[in-house]
Every structure is written in C-alpha cells, then in structure tokens.
Design a protein. Structure first.
Length: 844
C-alpha cells in the first residue's frame, strides 16, 4: 500500500511538484494536459475563510476536468488554529499553513490567494467577525481579488444566509463574496485599485452546498434542486493516471499541521452547487455553459486558437518538441493582441510549454543557501536543450544582482553548458521574509501598505535568474527562482530557496518570563551567525524599574550557522509589573533587532521568517502551596513549562505507569488539554486518579472536547458532569465571581475581577452544562447577547481532596504571560491545603 501511494505521488510530482522550488519535469501526457488547459479561456474562483475550508474535489475538477484557471481565495492564513506537527503557532502557523495551501494547489492545479484578514480565533457570529476584521478592508480585498483574477464563476464554500450556524469567519467569507460580486464592476468603488486593475463583472455566483448544510442526506434528497447544478467529481484522467477525487485527497492531505492526512478515494461522486446570482446554465452539467471559453474570447484570438487546437488534436506524445514552431508562432500572434489580462496569462503558459516540450533545463543554484547584504554569493548555472530544435543562448544572469552575462552559444541537442557567477550583494538588499508580517497589524488585520502585494500568497522574491534564448527567430526571456540544492544522504536531492538574511539574529529561549517573587533570573539570549567570523556587542533593552547585571556584552562567532548564548541577569521591580525586553545586536555600526524562525518540514519548502525579537516579562506576587506537580500530557500544551516558571517542579506522568501508589508523591496532578480525547488508556486509570483525590490530592482536569452527538464524557468525574459545546470566545467578556467565599478564589491568592483582564484569544471552551450538586461553580461568564454559563470552573470535594474541572483556556493564557491566569492556576493546585504545612513530598 505504501509503495502504491509513493508511486502515485511520484506521478503527480513530475507535473506538480510538492515543493515550489523543485523544478517541474512533466511527462508528455502531462504536457498534453497543459496544452488542453492552454486552450481553455475561462476562470473560476473558490472563496472561503481558512486553510482546509476549500473543497479540493471541486477545485481539482474545475482545474483538471473543465481545464479552467482555478483559484482559491482563503480570507485568512489560519494563524489562530493549533499545530499537530510542530511548535509553530500564531503568525508562524500562518506561514506554515500558507505553504500547505500552496502545496495543495500544486497538486490540484489551482492558484492560491489571501486577504489581509487575520484568523484571530473562533467567533460564533459573522457580526462579531466583521467587527474584529476591518469589514471594509476585507471587502476591498475580495473586490481586488475578483478584479485581478477576473473569474467568470465564483463559488462560495459557505452559505451567506445562515449566520450563527458555523464559525463566524465562514459565514462572513460568503457574505463578503456575495456583496463583492456586484461591487467589483463599480468603477466608483475602491478607486485606488484601478491604477492596477479594471472593474470586472463575474457571470455567476454559486454556493457549494451539500447534505451537510441541510442536516441530513434525507432532507437534502427532498430539497428543491431547481437552482442547483451537479457535477461528477470522481472523473478519471488517463493523462494523469488519477481520478479527480484521488487528486483532491492528495491535495487536502497537504494540510498536515491540521491532521488532514487521509486515504485517497475513487469512483463517481456528486457535488452540488446552487446558483445565487447570474443566469442559470441551460446545460446543467456545464458550469461555464453560455460563456465563451475559446480563443475567440479575445480579439485576434481565433488565429491563435486555430494553431493551438491543431497542436492539441495532433499532439505527438513521442516527440512533443515537433510542436515548437507552432507554439512560437502562437506566442508571436498573442503579443499583438490587446487583452492584457489574457495576454499575460497565456504568454506565461506558452513560455512554460516551450521550455517543457523541448526538455529545456535552466537553473541557477547558489553554492550556499544564505547570503547577507554586502556579502558575496557564488552561483552555478546549468543550461541544457534536450530537443533537436535550434536554439541560441543570448544571455543569462541575475538582474537584481546586476549580473548579466551576454553570450551567443548554440544549444545543441543534449549538450550541457555550465557557467559560474560570483556576485556582490548590495548593502541595502532586503531580507527575504513574509510581507504581511513586516509591520504590526491589529487583532483582526495584517498591515500591508503596498496594494500590489495584497492577496499574494508569498513575498515575491527579488533574486531571480533570467535566461534569454533565441528560439526559431523569437527572443524569449525565461525567469526562474534562484535556488539552493543539496544531496542529503537520507532524503535525496533537496531544493530550497536561496535567501538573503542579516549577518546574525538573536532570540530569547522563553517568550514569556514570569517572576513569581523578587528574585533575579538568568535570561539567556541565543545569537546565531548567518556569516563567518562575526564579532559584535549585544545590548539588552528593558523597561524602567527592572535591572540587569550589565547592559551590553560582547560576542564572537567563527562559523556561519553556529550559535552562542549570552546570559544576562534580570532583577524585577518590587511591585507587580508587565513589560517587554529585547536584544539588539551591534556589528560594525549596524544594528539588528530580528530573530530568525525556520520552518522546515518535508511537505513544504523551507521558510525563513524574521520577527521582531522580544520577550514579555511579568513580575507577580504569587503565593502557592506544594511544589511537585504530576502532569499527564494530552494533546500537547505549554502549561508544564509555565508552571515551572512560577517555581513548581513538574513531573511528566506516563499514563501506562499509573497505579495505586504512583501518584501519592505529587502535591497535585494536572491533566493536559484533550487528554481523554487522545489517550484512550486514561479511562482505565480513572480509578487511580479518583483514589488519589480521595486520599487528599488535588486533581485538575483541563478542557476535553464533547463530540457533536456522541460522547459527552459523563464518566470522567466522581460525580455527574456533562461536557457541552458551550464556549465564551470573547477574551474581554465580563467575568463574575459567583462563589466569592470559596477557597479557590481566596487561597493563597485573592482572585478579583481584575484578574480576568488582559486574557488572550478566548475565555474557554467545551464548558460542562450539567453537573451534580457536589460541584460548586466558581465563575459566571458570557459572550454578548448570550445566556451566562457557570461551567467554566467547577470544584467538588471528594474524600480528602478536590476534583477540579476547568474549560478555561489556561493553555493559551499561561504561555501568553497573563497574570490572573497564573494566580488562579496556583489556587487550583493549592486549594484545600490551607492547613497542610508546606513540606515537600519529594525531597531534593
Ligand atoms: Zn474553516
């Protein structure tokens, strides 16, 4: 089975590489597929809110069966989600998910676009979403995407008519698309865009419905389908060796950080789309019915179509290069047409096809993956014509680096030419990093000042190679990204982008430092060299009231890639305080305040992200009882590290090793997020956990998810406790302490309403909504316009100890350094221990 899957991927890789930098090496049947696409002049744009919302069956169908230019506009990059494969969260997760979307589009043949909207977290209603996003700015981005892409057809993933039934981002994406459909053609709106694009009126707007939106298959069968089209998305493509749904599953399997790896499927399968705007096609199996998608669509296009349709009809699979003269002729005719939109798109496709059918190999690879402003870089150039066609290499080089070599070399069949380039990088060359992260945005929006960058999935790279070739009397300029390639013994040949980075970067190991008392802490700063032999000083920046042992310390690093750690000793103020610290590197009169995050996975190209380097420092007056905490890791969270910051010693508990005596040594036991969801064996240890409480321990359970219709986890507590899908998503929503006299909010720290200020992303989720009378609800909270829920924090005495269940989002608040959350957590671990002396149970 594994061999088979690798084989499938192998086929697909040749046409649509997983990694953007890996050059495409299509077979002649894949080239034929591209020629069919070349002869289709129509486009469809799919619109939703997040990475993974897109229906890849529909995108693959439009791109590979209809052969339309197909795009996916995901309003956000998915920063707010969780990561199942590594440590990236928030903006770094957005970078990873952007690349996963690009990998998915490489497989299904679509193109990828975004808006400036940020995935700030869950919202229950589109009204809330559109308040946090800047509605007009996101709407203008949807209009911009439509004007730029010029789709004939737009398909929404979600229903704009059902606010409140799904994530607010989802409905908002459909509502904005519904509005933008009419606005994009209005030249009085978003005039600043008209410098770059023209108004555009799409022809049809659809909603990609399914039984899911109707509640059941039965209800959907009975639904009125007079406004619906349906297409078979299980069609088989012999030229690709794959069924459409196989391509779709391989595409959505790229969303690995969301745990979307899945089996491929085949066979006939229906997708329904409901017409919302525009005219109903007469042929209900053809989404483009009545729209001219032939070359005649553009003035002067018919003659081009005559040539290219003949190439398609008589395609030579054994020697596709014999079609080169026709492709060159069509290219020349295309240059005389006036429709700039199609001219640009189809010229690019023709250029790619000319390279592909002649087996042209054009590559500039750097000898080093990184260089720096003011530094040197050496490149190897490879030029090879693998066809019998006549070609001349006129020039090659890297225009951005002012390096162009003029030549006049005849490229004979299969005769390889190698050249070397040695280049000085300008002092003011820009670093390569995601454009949407270069300036601080708001909670709901990225800040992007350059209109032309808006919507682009990645920052366009400056360092590109250009090859000018004379083919059949016509000069072509082929542009390729400059890459770095290496042989890795355990992986084979690896391509990665060539990057310009600062000579060094500095980062804090911990992004949040909690000072639970007045004691100083050692703060290590890691400096990484991106150049050989660097020598400089590191300055430690901090706020008033804090003290550091020495503000500036010097460092020397000999080898590129090496790191050095410089330690500073930071003393907090006497009073409670929150502020930020940052490191500044000073080398030869220049300063660098960036840290480098590298995202490296097999399914996406390596990403280098430069972020402002800083850490939050928090001085708390926090009291606690007990020291040794046992922690059962669930789906993964950073709560243990956070507890260590305030002085606890945290021991990870192996679930299988839990027995009747193994927990006794802990002052409290904490169960990590979703532990009951991901650790089936935890059920079998429940008795020991409850016995531990009975004997006087404190057991703190963090949130577990309740299934939509199945498990409510009624048996995880000693008394009845039913989980629900209740959540409070507004992190600023008011919190009322309803059990004011309970020890949990009084000992050892007094918890007040102000301790719920400064929370991030949400209050909590999956709160219980039914519980036995033994439980005391401590807090009451609600989102605007909803009924209050009291299930966020429940405590029940059991035997001599306390059982505590909390859906509060400690896993988000503690790593973000939220003071009140720390105090409340310390109280959960300490409650009921007022009379216990503070003698540690584990010595030493
Ligand atoms: Zn979504």
């Amino acid at each position: 089975m594994r061999v088979f899957l690798v084989f499938l991927l192998g086929i697909l890789l040749t046409n649509q590489p997983m990694k953007a930098q890996t050059p495409s090496k299509p077979s002649s049947s894949e080239i034929y597929h591209s020629i069919q696409k070349l002869n289709f002049l129509g486009s469809a744009l799919y619109i939703a809110a997040h990475p993974d919302d897109e229906n890849t069956r529909m995108i693959a169908y439009l791109s590979n069966n209809t052969k339309a230019r197909t795009g996916y506009l995901s309003l956000t990059r998915g920063d707010g989600g969780q990561n199942l494969i590594g440590p990236e969260l928030r903006e770094l997760l957005g970078v990873l998910r952007t690349q996963e979307l690009l990998a998915a589009r490489h497989v299904d043949g679509g193109e990828q676009f975004f808006s400036r909207a940020n995935d700030f977290g869950y919202s229950k209603h589109p009204d809330e979403t559109l308040k946090i996003w800047n509605k007009d700015a996101v709407l203008s981005d949807v209009v911009w995407a439509i004007r730029k892409f010029q789709p004939d057809i737009i398909i929404n993933r979600f229903d704009h008519r059902s606010p409140g039934t799904t994530h607010g981002h989802h409905t908002a994406s459909a509502m904005l698309s519904f509005e933008a459909f009419d606005l994009a053609n209005n030249s009085n709106l978003y005039k600043e865009q008209l410098k770059y694009v023209e108004p555009w009126q799409p022809k049809r707007l659809f909603f990609n419905t399914s039984w899911w939106f109707y509640g059941s298959q039965e209800k959907f069968e009975k639904a009125d389908k007079s406004k619906m089209l349906n297409v078979d998305v299980g069609v088989f493509y012999p030229s690709l060796g794959l069924s459409n749904n196989e391509i779709a599953s391989i595409a959505s399997s790229q969303h690995l950080c969301q745990g979307f790896g899945r089996l491929t499927t085949r066979g006939s399968e229906n997708e329904y789309i409901e017409l919302l705007k525009g005219d109903m096609p007469t042929d209900k199996s053809n989404i483009f019915d009545g729209i001219d998608t032939s070359w005649s669509r553009i003035k002067g296009g018919k003659a081009i179509g005559d040539i290219l349709n003949k190439v398609e009809d008589n395609f030579n699979f054994e020697n596709p290069a014999i079609h080169l003269p026709q492709l060159v002729e069509a290219f020349n005719l295309l240059q005389n047409t006036k429709n700039e939109h199609w001219k640009t798109l189809k010229s690019k496709e023709l250029e790619n096809l000319i390279v592909e059918i002649s087996g042209l190999y054009l590559e500039v690879s750097s000898k080093d993956p990184i260089s720096n402003p003011g530094g040197k870089a050496d490149f190897v150039v490879e030029v090879l014509n693998r066809s019998s066609a006549d070609m001349n290499l006129v020039s090659f080089g890297i225009p951005f680096l002012n390096s162009i070599e003029n030549t006049n070399i005849v490229l004979k069949e299969n005769e390889k030419h190698n050249f070397e380039l040695s280049v000085q990088i300008a002092d003011d060359a820009k670093y390569t990093s995601p454009y949407w992260l270069s300036e601080k945005g708001t909670l709901g929006m990225y800040k992007v000042n350059n209109q032309e960058l808006i919507g682009k999935p990645e920052t366009p790279r400056d360092v590109n190679a250009e090859f000018v070739l004379d083919i059949n009397g016509t000069k072509f300029t082929f542009t390729k990204p400059v890459i770095y390639r290496s042989a890795q013994p355990d992986k084979g040949e690896i391509y990665q982008p060539f990057e310009i980075l600062p000579v060094a970067s500095a980062s804090f190991k911990d992004k949040v430092l909690i000072f639970a008392d007045g004691q100083p802490k050692t703060v290590p700063v890691t400096i990484k060299a991106h150049k050989n032999n660097i020598k400089g000083e590191l300055q430690f920046c901090f706020s008033d009231g804090w003290k550091v042992d020495q503000e500036t310390k010097s460092f020397t690093i000999e080898k590129k890639g090496d790191v050095q750690t410089v330690n500073f000793v930071l003393t907090p103020p006497d009073h409670e305080d929150e502020s930020y610290i940052s490191p500044i590197i000073k080398i030869n009169g220049k300063t660098i305040s960036k840290e480098l995050a590298t995202i490296d996975y097999d399914h996406v190209p390596l990403q280098s992200v430069l972020l402002h380097s800083e850490a939050k420092v928090v001085r708390l007056n926090i009291e606690k009882v007990g020291e040794h905490i046992g922690y059962i890791v669930g789906a993964g969270d950073a709560v243990p590290e956070s507890l260590e910051q305030i002085g606890y010693t945290v021991h990870t508990i192996d679930v299988n090793a839990i027995n009747s005596s193994s927990l006794k040594k802990y002052d409290a036991v904490v169960v990590g997020i979703r532990a009951y969801n991901v650790l089936p064996e935890l059920r079998f240890k429940q008795k020991y956990l409850l016995d531990y409480v009975k004997d006087g321990g404190n057991l703190v359970i963090q949130y577990n998810t309740a299934g939509r219709r199945d498990r409510a986890y009624e048996d995880i507590a000693p008394f009845k406790l039913k989980l629900s899908r209740d959540r409070v998503t507004d992190e600023n929503s008011p919190v009322e302490i309803i059990a004011k006299n309970h020890a949990l909010v009084n000992f050892p720290n007094k918890i007040e309403e102000k301790d719920f200020e400064g929370w991030v992303q949400e209050r909590g989720l999956y709160f219980p909504n039914e519980w036995a009378k033994e439980f005391t609800p401590i807090l009451s909270m609600k989102d605007q316009g909803e009924n209050a829920t009291k299930g966020s924090l429940l405590v029940a005495p059991y035997g001599k100890g306390n059982y505590i269940y909390s859906g509060l989002s400690f896993f988000r608040e503690l790593p973000a350094g939220v003071s009140g959350a720390y105090k409340l957590f310390a109280n959960m671990l300490s409650t009921g221990k007022e009379k216990v002396d503070n003698e540690p149970k584990i010595k030493g």
